[in-house]
Write a protein that binds this ligand. Structure first.
Ligand code: B16
Ligand code: MG
Length: 226
């Protein structure tokens, strides 16, 4: 490999910016309002999933007696409520919540002639990217408004690759969610897990973050794997 790598696709929440915690806190708040506690252990299951898919997971933790009483609740009302809570969390978001080392890594990628894209399942992605002031760094952005199928379906990454004029096989995808790594592998891109290797064990390479990482080092790690 990776002489033919033409582009990088970055997941947004949990890879570029520390918003994954706000998604989870919002689901925890919704569960609290419904009368139960969503355990921390649900967090890794929720990362990367779209709203309806996330709601299904969140409601799995509901005690049976509540599920019976609440069975007629409209899922859209629940996901809208979660989104209102999330929007309040991100209202003050700014560049200080970019994850360490991401910005220099993006600049290096551009300097080395790679195309860069965001591939996020979030319908809030563009608002977040604007608040971070990084839109101009990307050649393409595909988000939850461009797709009909949530990760682990590869639709969002295929969309981002196509917008850059690349084949997924020529792309490296950075993801913090097991569902996102599965999506990357399904479209035969190179997958880089950002976070816990025990959760991201299907990734080609796992890094603990971008701080101090160079593009050259990353390509070397992918070469060693292949
Ligand atoms: P929204 P990513 C995903 O974003 C999040 O990981 C996931 O927690 C969230 O439910 C999903 O977006 C939908 O987000 O409710 O804002 O449309 O990780 O793919 O950037
Ligand atoms: Mg993510």
């Amino acid at each position: 490999m990776p002489g033919h790598i033409k582009a990088f696709i970055f997941d947004l929440d949990g890879v570029i910016v520390d918003t994954a915690k706000y998604h989870f806190r919002s689901w925890q708040r919704l569960a609290y309002e419904l009368g139960y506690t969503l355990p921390e252990s649900a967090n890794d299951r929720l990362k990367g999933l779209g709203r309806p898919e996330s709601l299904e997971v969140v409601l799995e933790y509901r005690p049976e007696r509540l599920a019976e009483i609440q069975q007629d609740m409209d899922p859209v009302i629940l996901t809208d409520r979660k989104n209102d809570i999330y929007k309040a969390y991100i209202s003050g978001l700014g560049p200080s919540e970019l994850l360490p080392g991401v910005l220099p890594f993006l600049h290096q990628g551009r300097t080395q002639g790679l195309k860069l894209a965001v591939g996020s399942g979030s319908k809030n992605a563009r608002v977040v990217i604007d608040k971070l002031g990084i839109a101009s760094l990307f050649d393409a952005i595909c988000d939850g408004t461009d797709i009909t199928r949530s990760k682990p379906d590869p639709e969002v990454f295929e969309c981002a690759a196509a917008k850059m004029g690349c084949e997924p096989q020529d792309v490296v995808i950075f993801e913090d969610a097991a569902s996102g790594i599965e999506a990357a592998n399904r479209c035969q891109a190179y997958s880089v897990g950002v976070g816990d290797p025990t959760i991201l064990n299907e990734a080609n390479v796992v890094i603990n973050g971008f701080d101090g990482l160079t593009v050259t080092q990353l390509i070397e790690q992918l070469k060693a794997h292949s």
